[in-house]
Design a protein around this ligand. Structure first.
Ligand code: AGP
Length: 616
């Protein structure tokens, strides 16, 4: 989950690395470092904590150099200290790493017998010493670059886990070495300079021409060329893609936090995701525009949706719509648990991997498992060319734009709109719903952006309401039907942003145990819009009140009877059953956001978290 960046060219400043790492800080932010090579001298500066601590040391680096690497860390092995910060050095090798080396202990023991001295507790330092060891073993008749290639081949054969390496060899200052297996790496093409990074966001200020490095590949970057070989030594030709991200997509544009900006970008995230995929004249879904090219949806008789975190909750939400529209059984699985079941999928099962980053290793490994068991696989991702997309038969992009806040918001709305399009498209392909029904649902979906826009006005009243809740230690969230996953999402957001213990429950489940938690100290966030479950949810609210519990309800505007039995009431606009979960999710995000702000937490980079979880 770390952020890495590298440069080779005619001249680079320390600020290039610092600013690039700022763009990647959401991937990990517990320590950072930069190495630059100039006039055959290596300079390394590292710092514990946030990037700003490293900024104070930039003046110790050369004002200009032609080769360098930078890293911002999410600790896997070893505490977040300066000593454990990357890059790590082994004599002439300077190396940074995104990923995890699972067999680092046995390798470390071997290297200790070769008299290597370790300065850190990290697995990454093991890779640096092992590469140095392999390099030393080679005779010196070959060029340094040839020896480095051979040494890297030996290195990757010995390590198990996931790794993206950026490597400098001080004996060969004209090449930046990049190695990829299991962790994301992109290469950028510049004018007389080339770049590497763990995410496109770090490079959009310098180039739009991006090469996606794939697993089992090594790239040799020189200032005027990029060569790629696979671990078998075969040269690979890879066409660059042109990305349409702009710098201002990566700035807060006046918002206090990326999360608040991204909550407010939800209307356009939904609009951009459905745009061009609905044939308004026919009232149908354009499945080719959606991204279905290889999979024959007509033969699908079972669906599994695999995801983590917020992507899992939006998948649980979508299940209700898939089963309603397609009459196909749908299972939703936590990716981290999926492989522990005995797979029963076959070629008529559609396995959908839902992932904002497209790099979540749990989801990646799960969808690979599904594919090995003959399922048809579809990736719904926000990152073009991402690892999960690369594995799947088909890929459908959501067009939410870069999501920088660690807490996912606009991606959820875009993912839900994508899943609704697919569910309606499958109903259409399998003739499970009449054309008018599908056309009406698509019309309802097209109205969602403006309805979300209207709902965003709740930010102010919700900010006021959170005054009462900011110091609470526990909160429950309940909902029925589609509002149950919304309750789970609300609880997750509160946990990850405010560090308050929160649990989401199916409203009907409360009486089977959790109601024992209710007393005058427990507040319950109740999702109770006027849907088909309304009466039963009201009964649950009464059961809570009868035991002294406090009620914060999210209901349909004008519902005075719900308001009368609530301590606080948040109204959402009357809308279709297609739009409703979009609208009830907005207050969940705003509630968690404003409590986190009131508690003085780091909203965009909550403690212990990272934006993309690329370790299992
Ligand atoms: C959501 O706010 C969290 N940051 C986290 O649960 C996230 O949804 C999860 O890690 C999945 O990420 P992905 O969508 O990139 O796969």
């Amino acid at each position: 989950m770390c952020g890495v960046i590298g440069y080779i060219g005619t001249g680079v400043t320390p600020e290039f690395f610092y600013n690039g790492l700022k763009r990647l800080e959401y991937r990990g932010y517990d320590s950072a470092g930069i190495a630059m090579l100039e006039a055959n001298k290596i300079y390394i500066e590292r710092a514990e904590g946030k990037l700003t601590n490293l900024q104070k040391k930039l003046s110790n680096l050369p004002k200009s150099a032609h080769l360098g690497i930078g890293h911002t860390r999410w600790a896997t092995h070893g505490k977040p200290t300066e000593q454990n910060a990357h890059p790590h050095r082994s004599d002439n090798i300077i190396l940074l790493h995104n990923g995890i080396i699972e067999n680092y202990k046995e390798l470390k023991e071997f290297l200790l017998t070769k008299n290597y001295v370790f300065q850190s507790e990290t697995d990454t330092e093991v890779a640096a010493h092992l590469l140095n060891y392999e390099l030393k073993k080679l005779n010196n008749s070959n060029s340094v670059e040839d020896n480095m290639k051979k040494a890297i081949f030996s290195l990757v054969k010995q390590i198990r886990g996931a790794f993206a390496f950026g490597i400098i060899c001080t004996d060969e200052p004209d090449t930046l070495y990049v190695v990829k297996y299991g962790s994301p790496i992109v290469l950028g093409i510049g004018e007389n300079e080339n770049y590497m990074a763990s995410g496109i966001a770090a490079l959009v200020d310098h180039t739009r021409e991006i090469i996606i490095l794939e697993d089992n590949e090594i790239a040799f970057l020189k200032k005027d060329s990029i060569k790629i070989v696979n671990f078998s030594g075969n040269e690979i030709t890879r066409e660059p893609i042109t990305v349409n991200w702009s710098s201002n997509m990566l700035d807060k544009n006046g918002y206090d936090h990326f999360m608040l900006k991204e909550i407010h970008e939800q209307p356009q995230a939904v609009a951009q995701t459905i745009n061009g995929r609905i044939d308004r004249n026919q009232g149908t879904v354009d499945l080719k525009a959606y991204g279905i090219h290889k999979i024959n949806l007509k033969q699908i008789d079972r669906i599994q949706i695999i995801a983590c975190g917020t992507s899992f909750y939006v998948s649980c939400l979508a299940k209700y719509y898939f089963e309603e529209f397609t009459r196909i059984p749908v299972e939703v699985d936590l990716a981290s648990e999926y492989r522990y079941r005995s797979s029963t999928v076959n070629e008529n099962t559609l396995c959908i991997a839902v992932s904002q980053s497209g790099e979540t290793i749990d989801t990646l490994q799960a969808i690979k498992f599904a594919k090995e068991n003959k399922a048809k696989t579809l990736a719904i991702v926000n990152a073009p060319g991402s690892s999960i997309a690369h594995v799947c038969d088909d890929e459908s992009l959501i067009y939410a734009g870069p999501e920088i806040g660690v807490a996912s918001t606009k991606a959820l709305s875009a993912q839900l709109s994508s899943l609704l399009l697919l569910a309606l498209g499958m109903a259409q392909e399998k003739n499970k719903k009449d054309k008018n029904y599908i056309a009406n649902c698509l019309e309802d979906l097209s109205k969602v952006p403006s309805l979300i826009e209207k709902t965003l006005a709740l930010s102010k009243p919700i900010k006021e309401i959170t005054l009462k809740y900011q110091h609470m230690d526990n909160l429950l969230f309940i909902g029925r039907g589609q509002q149950w996953p919304v309750a789970l999402e609300g609880a997750l957001k509160l946990k990850e942003l405010s560090y308050i213990h929160a649990e989401g429950y199916a409203a009907g489940e409360l009486k089977h145990g959790p109601i024992a938690l209710i007393d005058e100290n427990m507040s319950v966030v109740c999702l109770a819009p006027k849907d088909q479950y309304y009466e039963k949810t009201i009964s649950n609210i009464e059961e809570i009140r009868a035991r002294g519990g406090k009620i914060l309800s999210i209901g349909t505007e004008g519902d005075t009877s719900l308001q009368a039995i609530s301590d606080d009431f948040i109204p959402v606009t009357k809308c279709s059953h297609i739009a409703l979960p979009f609208l009830t999710t907005v207050p969940m995000h705003l509630f968690a956001y404003w409590i986190a702000v009131r508690r003085g937490n780091d909203v965009d980079q909550p403690r212990n978290l990272a934006k993309s979880v690329t370790v299992e």
